[in-house]
Design a protein. Structure first.
Length: 202
């Protein structure tokens, strides 16, 4: 399976003080396990940093790679306001926008029976996987705007995840979303090392 690292060359981590999350280049220790350029391993949050540490040092991870593929998907919601203003049917597939999604990671995991499971992984907070609940009609404007933003992100993620899941199945792989709960289970050692030491949450 070949991967394209062009995306990472054009989208480096945001290491400025304005960044809302901890970002940077992860320094791979076990280079023989990494697929791709070990100098281009990007983490875009503290959770992703924990995931990189787990991939690097866990004996169950045979090989891994960061942001390895670019998958097209249909974005049905980003231009809803424009569609509304111009009388365009948002439900017509011809009006949907084709965008591209780079999943966070790819891993090969050794199974107890000697087989290898290939997985594409997305790191996301658990709350972003839950369908947003609309606020009451008399809710403050800030609550309505927050709901609209969360609903838009939820629908876009649905489209992204459906696209990568279908692509993975065609390529003898699986797609999984790892939340903070997942990381605390599978990478407990590295989670505890990072967050107890730095007192960070994302």
């Amino acid at each position: 399976m070949s991967f394209n690292e062009t995306y990472k060359l054009h989208h480096p981590p945001d290491t400025s003080e304005k960044s809302k999350t901890k970002q940077g280049y992860y320094k791979v220790q076990n280079i023989q396990k990494y697929v791709g350029n070990p100098n281009l391993v990007i983490y875009r949050s503290s959770w992703e940093y924990v995931f990189c540490r787990w991939c690097d040092f866990s004996p169950s991870i045979v090989r891994w790679s960061s942001e390895p593929i670019r998958i097209p998907y249909y974005d049905r919601v980003s231009k809803l306001e424009e569609y509304k203003k111009n009388g365009i049917d948002p439900n017509n597939p011809k009006n949907w926008v084709i965008k591209y999604y780079n999943t966070d990671y790819w891993i090969e995991v050794a199974q107890g029976d000697g087989t290898i499971k290939r997985m594409f992984i997305e790191i996301k907070p658990a709350y972003k996987l839950k369908k947003p609940i609309p606020p009451p009609e008399n809710a403050p404007l800030k609550d309505i705007k927050r709901f609209n933003a969360l609903a838009k992100e939820y629908l876009i993620n649905e489209a992204k995840f459906a696209a990568i899941k279908a692509w993975a199945e065609k390529n003898n792989a699986e797609f999984w979303v790892f939340t903070e709960e997942t990381l605390q289970k599978v990478a407990a050692k590295f989670w505890n090392e990072n967050f107890k030491k730095n007192n960070e949450t994302i």
